[in-house]
Design a binder for this molecule. Structure first.
Ligand SMILES: Cc1ncc(COP(=O)(O)O)c(C=O)c1O
Length: 363
């Protein structure tokens, strides 16, 4: 006898069936979803009904080679035929080769493999705490940003600066504090002697897409000590500049990165007054002129450079540097930002910074 088709079973789509079966057997931690995806190719995705989508999400930015790229598919199939899982108790040739390839094409010298973002952040948190412990000066404190997202494990949910993710999981992991995103003064104030690490997203995602004012500068800063693969660094810079709708001159950027690549030797305890004297001497002026209120270019530029060098060359807090210029600390952080932004584009400015750095090194 044929089954009796009810009104609802006639209209039940494959998506409805997947949803019903899913709801019966999978714990719901994500709320209501409406689409069941079944196939992908490059930037395209298809749902269970065959409807096509253009994918702007890329599996939260981790499938950015496109879906089912033939080379990726082939590599997965080849490995699956050889060996799937043996644990970390053994050397694994493919893992070793991957680490070596990543080192060659990136900033890092060694890699830690893990299963995802939360586990990576857990490892970073543990590494920071272990590091300071081993130094004999434990610094368990970790500063993160409000509205951040760092994962769903208990430590990374604590690191996540959003109360809605904390609800129901108390007591959380001790030692975390939160500052407003993109507020360097607040961040600096939060770095007390017991703070051993700062965990920040270069661009926030989960808390709403938020781009810090000086993202590009932070990126330059991040790559400058460790530019191995200049092309990689340039790609990062160009992509970020495009995101921020800021134009950069590629050739100048390349030159700047070449120049910035070596880590400038720092002199953590050099007094700001000494640096101001060197900069003033270079420009044929004096410390009083640089600390004056004048906004003439022949005073403004040396003042900005002196502030930049004080900040980059020493470990003094912004407030100490500001005092040497008889100003408040936003004046210093603004000047530092101005120099870091212009240094990419202006060869004379780079020359001046280089020459001044050399003079400071000789002190
Ligand atoms: C910024 C950030 N950190 C950490 C995570 C956690 O990664 P995972 O879901 O792989 O544990 C995510 C996930 O979306 C993320 O966006």
């Amino acid at each position: 006898m044929l089954p009796v088709l009810t009104e609802s079973s006639v209209h039940m789509t494959l998506t409805d069936e997947i949803k019903a079966l899913n709801d019966a057997h999978v714990i719901n931690t994500y709320g209501e979803r409406t689409v069941a995806l079944s196939r992908g190719e490059g930037m395209l995705l298809w749902d269970a009904e065959g409807k096509e989508y253009l994918d702007f999400f890329a599996g939260i930015a981790v499938c950015n080679l496109g879906h089912c790229h033939p080379a990726v598919t082939q590599a997965i199939c080849d490995q699956a035929k050889k060996l799937v899982h043996v644990s970390n108790l053994y050397y694994i040739e493919a893992q070793t080769l991957l680490a070596a390839a990543l080192c060659k094409h990136s900033f890092a010298e060694k890699w830690f493999f893990c299963n995802g973002g939360a586990e990576a952040n857990e490892a970073a948190i543990k590494l920071a705490r272990r590091y300071w412990e081993k130094q004999g000066t434990p610094k368990p404190g970790i500063v993160t940003a409000q509205q951040s997202f760092h994962g769903r494990t208990i430590a990374t949910v604590t690191a996540t600066g959003q109360p809605k993710y904390h609800d129901g999981f108390q007591p959380l992991v001790p030692g975390f504090s939160y500052v407003p995103y993109n507020d360097l003064a607040a961040l600096e104030a939060a770095i007390t002697p017991d703070v051993g690490a700062v965990l920040l997203e270069p661009i926030q995602g989960e808390g709403g897409v938020r781009v810090p004012d000086d993202c590009l500068d932070l990126l330059v800063e991040a790559v400058r000590g460790s530019v191995r693969d200049l092309e990689g660094a340039l790609i990062q810079l160009v992509t970020t500049a495009a995101l921020l709708k800021r134009s950069i001159d590629l050739e100048l950027t390349r030159m700047a990165l070449h120049k910035l690549a070596p880590v400038p030797p720092r002199k953590p305890h050099l007094e700001p007054e000494k640096i101001i004297d060197v900069v003033a001497g270079f420009f044929g002026t004096n410390r009083a002129a640089l600390a004056s209120r004048s906004r003439r270019r022949d005073v403004l530029v040396p003042r900005q450079l002196a502030m930049y060098l004080c900040r980059r060359y020493t470990d003094h807090p912004l407030s100490r540097i500001a005092r040497a210029f008889d100003r408040d600390h936003p004046a210093v952080s603004n000047a530092v930002k101005v120099v870091e932004r212009k240094i990419l584009e202006r060869a004379p400015l780079r020359y001046q910074v280089e020459e001044l750095s050399a003079r400071l090194d000789r002190l």
